[in-house]
Design a protein. Sequence first.
Length: 677
Amino acid sequence: MTELLKISLPDGSVREMEPGSTPADVAAAIGPGLAKAAIAARVDGELRDLNRPFDGDAELALVTNRDEEDALELARHDFAHVLAEAVQSLFPGTQITFGPATDDGFYYDVKAPATRDPFSMDDLPAIEEEMRRIIKADKPLIREVWSRQQLIEKWEAEGETFKAEWAKELPEDEELTVYHSGPADSEDTWLDMCRGPHLASTGKLDPQAFKLMRVAGAYWRGDQANAQLTRIYGTGWLNKKQLNAHLMRLEEAAKRDHRKLGREMDLFHLAEEAHGSVFWHPKGYRIWRELEAYMRRKMDGGGYREIKTPQLMDIRQWEQSGHWGKYAENMFAVPDMVPEVDEAGDGPAKPSVEKDAEWMAIKPMNCPAHVLVFKQGITSYRDLPIRLGEMGCCHRNEPHGALHGLMRVRQFTQDDAHIFCTEEQVVDEVRKFCKLADEVYRDFGFSYHVKLALRPEKRFGSEADWDKAEQELRDAVAEAGMDNEEFGWEELPGEGAFYAPKLEWHLTDAIGRTWQVGTIQGDRVLPDRLDATYVGEDGDKHRPVMLHRAIFGSYERFIGILIEHFAGRLPCWLAPVQAVVATIVSDADEYAKDAVAKLEAAGIRVETDFRNESINYKVREHSHAKVPHILVIGKREAEEGTVAIRTLGEKQQKLVSLEEAIAMLKVEATPPDLREG
């Protein structure tokens, strides 16, 4: 008698099934509702196809669309396969490469036939229609195990040079799988090599829940020396409602794009003359200055002492810290140069590098420099904790293709600080930082989640030190009352820095996007590598623990986030121009000038608009520039000592006395940390 399989279910029950049974069979045995809803399965924790037979006794959890994370991953993976099949169906001779799921969709890299140009946006509508045909055909997705030689022969026979190249590198001893779209013996079958898993059939996808978004150039295996491909991007969801919500978010995000608003509001520009660096205009730099003043007040109140450290440091310092070995490709190195003088005296001097030149590096972070400041003189345990802060300008050699407005730059300034403390002080210092970060983010109207990034695979330091550092961060978050669902507490295995675990603050903006901004890291590696010590109560030297921390992260990126979060309508205290006084008739000019003088005396950033234009034109222009308040003055207002206030985003204007207007603006123009109550 054949022994039955024992399949354990999440509710604690056990189903006995015939050998060769599948998760789909278990779902059917439980009931028709579950059989219809199940889309995949977790077998002993591994996500698998619903129709893949069990290997033996197993723990089973059936996956439905309610398990959204798994369901979306499966759907997007399937959309990518359907995309590749559609392209090859419409354009025979197209070569396929790979197509993974992404955070909001999928893509597939393909090579157009030699008989036509690379694919373009014009091709997307036809490809979408073919994808819908394939989905509606409800073709079964069937898994098979092939040998490496079978794969090579198939791809070479069909002229799939990219797939053949990849197949030749696959290990023989690994289970190599392919998936058919349609029965293997059908004329309408299509095949791709893939680890899986997949849904049971193409019909499990919603044909109205995807959209092809754009095309871009890509290189085979990401190498510019290889063939150029076309990457076709799509977004994919479980249903049309989710798709429409996503498209609406994209539309709203486009309206809020900080690069677009930065131009419209005359805040900054980026140019080829300084790739990855920002040219701040007066209005944009006013935002910067207000943020910097705000952060200085918070750091002063938190017991930080501000320092300033060099941009260039000897390369040996970076070797000793470990950054050069881990981070050299992202650093700018600068040699000592001897100018080659033009003897005629009428040409430019040419730089030359001596063979034994000393090398310097432009700092990509402030940490080693802060250790050098800490090491000056003798530090006693009584001096600890020492909190050193710096508005530190750093440079990182980011690839050109990765640069993105203010969000990803090469030159940036951090609200950086390092806390040097004893082992016993770590938890309390991290707890205090949690409180400080909470105050800051709430002042800007952000909610956030706190996550703990744990030790990566490649790291410095002992396991005991990592155990201690991770637990200290857990304890501090618990003492701060943040290790709970309200703060989205989560641990992220493998995502820590090479020298320390870190707490991360993930902000949620006005349209639901998240941004990882603040961080604090408990580091025992760098003090040891750079020989930082203090004299303990016992008279011996001890290593301090070094806490790396930032709240804004970088001023550039934080300003970009603020612009998009507020859609350019910054809080009055941050707005570069807080009010514009606009006249209706020239007869009101003198009163308007007096009003401006009083507003300036009250500390309001105010501009005037006395142009010979209609008041509606003036209001539209300044509203487009996101000025919070427009004070309209006509003949009546001049006679009565009043102003008509038009507030950005409000339909009705308010007629108030000039004194009332100044009092109101003074309150709104006061930074949140300086307001009474």
